[in-house]
Design a protein around this ligand. Structure first.
Ligand SMILES: [Zn+2]
Length: 338
């Protein structure tokens, strides 16, 4: 019998959000387990609510609006345990992903302080450990997200939790969320330095909705190991040089950036990715929000073939870059943090 593993490349995924990575039928099941009153009693209406449904494009605002339901459903320790476990298990079974770093914001899952933040994070860690025991050749680590809409004091609490749970499998921090009027990257320099001196790795969402100039500034003020998206750099030779000099890896998400219209077409995607590759910039392919976008890592890599962007050996190179850019400190075969 043929399995999905036969002939499949071993893959690593470094940029995807837990909220939009759990399969809709599992979220449906978790919601019912939690007794959450959903806006519809019909599964397919729920499916339309939390995915792009029949749409292929969505506005930047509506895109973030979709996250609310998935975050609410994951707002308990038990829900987080199951969500992380199912994502790890599904990634390995369906796409032969043997290294994964799901990200989530614990503060968007504590129902405004009603739930204990430590319990939410520990739920996620338990789910990860359960998955790692069942699939011993998978490696995983969790990334905690800060949010641009939060005051810095709130984001600092998340960084402190990331440091607290480093030995259990939290491997890094990231900043995401729509741009907010009071948010300034330079306010986060010290927090990023604090996380790095505690042994965590750092990434940030930039160079997607913003400009290359903004991305250049972000790279100047934040100490970084990777960048999420960052494709806007393709228009700036100086920025491409900076990315290479800093040895950063860009974690691109083709379908995600195309669905919100930042990447206009297959030809535009080709222009971006060829420019990055030919400039010697390291990058890897990711999904961002696979369940919501109805994609997976294999499908995203397939886009490189479909639009004749990368050769097979170049695809293999981007997969190697993904493994090399991991935040997970453990060696293959030693996946637990105990
Ligand atoms: Zn993202």
């Amino acid at each position: 019998m043929e399995t999905p593993k036969d002939g499949a490349k071993e893959l690593a995924e470094l940029h995807f959000h837990l909220g939009q990575s759990v399969e809709p039928h599992i979220l449906w099941s978790i919601a019912h387990e939690q007794g959450i009153r959903l806006p519809s009693k019909d599964y397919w209406e729920f499916y339309e609510l939390i995915t792009l449904g029949k749409k292929t494009e969505i506005s930047w605002e509506d895109y973030h609006e979709l996250f609310k339901w998935t975050e609410l459903i994951q707002s308990s320790p038990v829900a987080m345990e199951r969500a992380v476990y199912e994502v790890l298990s599904g990634a390995y079974r369906a796409n032969n992903i043997t290294l994964l770093e799901p990200s989530f914001n614990p503060m968007l899952r504590n129902r405004g302080g009603e739930k204990d933040l430590d319990q939410i994070i520990l739920g996620a860690l338990r789910g990860m450990e359960r998955g790692l025991v069942e699939f011993p050749n998978v490696r995983a680590g969790l990334i905690l997200l800060l949010d641009r809409r939060f005051p810095i004091a709130t984001n600092e609490i998340i960084v402190n939790k990331a440091i607290k749970y480093k030995s259990r499998g939290v491997v890094g921090i990231d900043i995401a969320g729509p741009m907010a009027p009071d948010f300034r990257y330079e306010d986060y320099t010290d927090l990023y330095k604090k996380a790095r001196s505690a042994g965590l790795k750092t990434t940030v969402h930039t160079g997607e909705d913003g400009s290359a100039e903004e991305m250049e500034y972000v790279l100047k003020v934040l100490p970084l190991d990777r960048v999420n998206h960052g494709f806007r750099a393709y228009s700036s030779p100086a920025l491409l040089k900076t990315i290479s000099e800093k040895n950063l890896t860009l974690c691109l998400c083709p379908t995600s950036s195309m669905s919100v219209g930042f990447i206009k077409s297959g030809a535009h995607l080709r222009e971006i990715i060829r420019t990055l590759y030919d400039s010697g910039v390291k990058f890897c392919i990711n999904t961002d929000n696979p369940s919501m976008l109805k994609t997976n890592l294999s499908k995203e890599i397939e886009l490189m073939r479909k639009h004749e962007i990368l050769s097979e050996s170049e695809i293999d190179q981007t997969i190697r870059w993904a493994f090399e850019a991991t935040f997970i400190p453990t060696e293959p075969g030693k996946n637990l943090y105990l």
